[in-house]
Design a protein. Structure first.
Ligand SMILES: Nc1ncnc2c1ncn2[C@@H]1O[C@H](COP(=O)(O)OP(=O)(O)O)[C@@H](O)[C@H]1O
Ligand SMILES: [Mg+2]
Lengths: 365, 313
């Protein structure tokens, strides 16, 4: 088993596109690390550099303690799974899994041992003689995983392996891949643009934007302490709300609303000279409340707003509203029966909110 | 000659007659025209023998698979403007050429052909240009099992650790001017791969890139600036445009791919329309915006004119 380490890695493509830069990351042995970010942010490029399919323009890549920049992909001891989990249509499941080993002239007996073991892990024992056409989507995806497992590699690299599946199957396969990881404990780097997928699967996640790492941390850390406005807005669904306003005395002022800032946060803001200045308030939809009890006890963070749209989602209602011309979303309990069109009271739980610098958009802490 | 050699080297095998694969325990030689390839077991060959045989036979380059008769005829057809002699000719239409290239030192042609063959029912035809590029000749047949080139790219990437790109020319209904067609496909592929990061493309996909590349640098900048205005360096909006075009201007599908709510995408399109007066939901306006986007992407560069006229040989 092995960890990975990327030091000051940069990728510039032939057409001068800077795809990834200042990339510093330690992937720990046995961890399930997820690279997440909007499409075009450089996730696949990073993964392909690790695989050796793409040259590294600058910087160093280590697998274990060996620098592998100049090592051919096939000699890096990695196995890959991609979005298009195509299989060889004319081969049965066994041969599909065995093929890359055969090409490498591995002994028949060794191939059989490995394929049988992978099939066992994936519950494919009874399908080995079937052709891909006779398999369900989930089974095909499992064969694709099997093709990686038989390699017995030190590191798994997966690039959006589930994004071609329908929603239900995707959720199911997420769980399967996690189980697989628990069992094999192979160091895995997993790429997705889907923040829900990243949050549910990752031991740690790396949030990327425009070729730069925005934050590295456990799902909980990244959710609770986003480094900047981008991370706050990208991780979590519905996304974090942001209000541009300014700090005046003990209050955050947005539109006609005055929201009291708790003592601890106020101290931090003042210490960094934000008094009287523009700041961005970030608050998650679930931290905006409409329960009378909460509102009664939070008179100084109460606002009045008109609900534009109320979407009933079972036990919850998603409210779309605005203050001072700035839109926000609240996720509230359905039992209070809030409807669109009414002006209502809402209270912000400021203890869970964050402030960000208005210019740099970095979290103030 | 073969019979006489066989007396000296009893292990001698003729490729295509005695054996169908190039066994690596044999040393392989071919005659000048590459019509006959023979192998002799290494145990029968002292260094002196090899030197002697090499004097009148060519050591066969085992990195390349041996060309079949049909491949040789296609080779001839793409090398010269004249059509090869009739009776034996197996070249036939409809067909198309798909150009491919992969990175150096990732895989040998023999490996590549073996793996690719597994994806097709019929014997595949490959015309090699070098160790890392060539042309796949495809005959039009009733729909195959439908493995797309996009899928093949991912499959070979995970199986063979090779990053490969495909570029398919349009289907041709006749075998006339194969030579010119070959050059068009190859030159276009080389050119368009410099501008696009897609691994599998067709000639039709390439057309907008080609048109934009042929425009002067000034025109590219002007179009980019005039159409996109303040959005010219807004990565998110450019991404949105690209996805919309790829999804046939279908809002739901695009929103899904951009992981946006449908309404948010709608809202962004309205904003874009307010600011620029362009409604991307209309096909011809989308086309203009897409061309402007490509112009912006290619904007800063001057293209070496050499690429256009490079000889495919
Ligand atoms: N082969 C390539 N040639 C030129 N540019 C590329 C190539 N591959 C990717 N890019 C560019 O690099 C950036 C990052 O792409 P990618 O790594 O595919 O992002 P992601 O996987 O996060 O969607 C994008 O701007 C993309 O257009
Ligand atoms: Mg990607």
């Amino acid at each position: 088993m092995a960890g990975l380490s990327l030091k000051n890695v940069k990728k510039v493509y032939e057409n001068d596109v800077v795809s990834v830069q200042d990339f510093n990351l330690e992937v720990r042995d046995k961890e399930f690390l997820v690279l997440v970010g909007p499409s075009g942010c450089g996730k696949s490029t990073t993964l392909r550099m690790i695989a050796g399919l793409e040259d590294i323009t600058e910087g160093d890549l280590y697998i274990g303690d060996k620098r592998v920049n100049d090592i051919a992909p096939k000699d890096r001891d990695i196995a890959m799974v991609f979005q298009n989990y195509a299989l060889y249509p004319h081969m049965n499941v066994y041969d599909n899994m065995a093929f890359s080993l055969k090409l490498r002239k591995m002994k028949k007996q060794e191939i059989k041992t490995r394929v049988d073991r992978a099939a066992g892990i994936l519950g494919l024992e009874n399908y080995l003689s079937r052709k891909p056409k006779a398999l369900s989507g989930g089974q095909r995806q499992r064969v694709a995983l099997g093709r990686a497992i038989v390699r017995d590699a030190e590191v798994f690299l997966m690039d959006e392996p589930l994004s071609n599946l329908d929603a239900k199957l995707r959720v199911q396969m997420r769980a399967e891949i996690q189980k697989l990881h628990q069992r094999l404990q192979t160091t895995t780097v997993y790429v997705t643009h889907d923040q829900t997928e990243a949050m549910t699967m990752a031991t740690r996640l790396v949030v990327m934007k425009d070729g730069l790492i925005q934050q590295v941390g456990s799902p909980k850390e990244v959710y609770e302490k986003p480094n900047n406005v981008f991370v706050g807005g990208f991780i979590g669904s519905p996304p974090m709300n942001f209000f541009l306003g300014h700090l005046q005395g003990e209050h955050f002022i947005v539109g006609d609303e005055k929201i009291r800032v708790p003592e601890g946060k106020l101290k931090t803001l003042r210490a960094q000279d934000y008094d009287g200045k523009d700041v961005i308030l970030g608050i998650r939809p679930e931290d905006i409340h409409d329960e009378p009890l909460f509102i009664d006890s939070s008179a100084d963070t109460k606002i009045r707003a008109t609900v534009d749209v109320a979407e009933l989602m079972g036990a919850e209602i998603i409210l779309y509203s605005s203050i001072g011309g700035q839109n926000f979303i609240a996720r509230v309990d359905a039992r209070y029966g809030t409807e669109a069109g009414q002006p209502i009271d809402l209270a912000f739980d400021l203890s869970k909110a964050h402030f960000f610098d208005a210019a740099s958009e970095l979290r103030i802490h | 000659m073969i019979d006489r050699l066989r007396k000296i080297y009893p292990s001698l095998l003729l490729y295509g007659e005695d054996i169908d694969t190039l066994d690596s325990d044999y040393k392989w030689f071919s005659d000048e025209e590459n019509t006959r390839v023979l192998g002799i077991h290494e145990s029968e060959l002292a260094p002196k023998d090899i030197a002697l045989l090499s004097a009148f036979l060519l050591p066969h380059n085992a990195k390349f698979p041996l060309p079949t008769k049909e491949e040789k005829q296609w080779q001839q057809a793409i090398r010269s403007a004249e059509t090869p002699p009739g009776s034996e000719n197996r070249i036939s239409a409809p067909f198309r050429f798909t150009y491919f290239s992969f990175n150096k030192n990732q895989i040998t042609p023999v490996f590549f052909k073996a793996a690719l063959q597994e994806l097709f029912e019929k014997q595949i035809l490959i015309l090699w240009d070098s160790e890392t590029e060539g042309i796949l000749v495809e005959k039009k047949e009733a729909a195959d099992d439908g493995v797309s080139y996009g899928q093949i790219v991912d499959l070979l990437m995970s199986d063979l650790y090779v990053k490969i790109r495909f570029f398919s020319g349009p289907f041709r209904q006749s075998t006339e001017a194969v030579h010119a067609y070959y050059r068009t496909v190859k030159n276009t592929a080389v050119k368009v791969f410099a501008h696009s990061d897609k691994a599998a493309m067709t000639y039709a996909d390439a057309v907008p890139h080609l048109m934009v590349a042929a425009a002067s640098k000034e025109l590219r900048q002007e179009i980019g600036q005039t159409v996109l205005q303040e959005y010219i360096s807004d990565r998110e909006t450019l991404e949105m445009i690209e996805v919309l075009v790829r999804c046939n201007l279908n809002i739901s599908e695009s929103a899904k791919e951009l992981h946006l709510h449908r309404n948010s995408l709608q809202y962004r399109l309205d904003r874009f329309s307010e600011k620029t007066g362009i409604d991307i939901r209309q096909f011809h306006q989308a086309m203009a915006v897409y061309l402007a986007l490509l112009a912006k992407r290619q904007g800063g560069q001057q293209h070496p004119p050499g690429n256009l006229h490079e000889d495919g040989g």
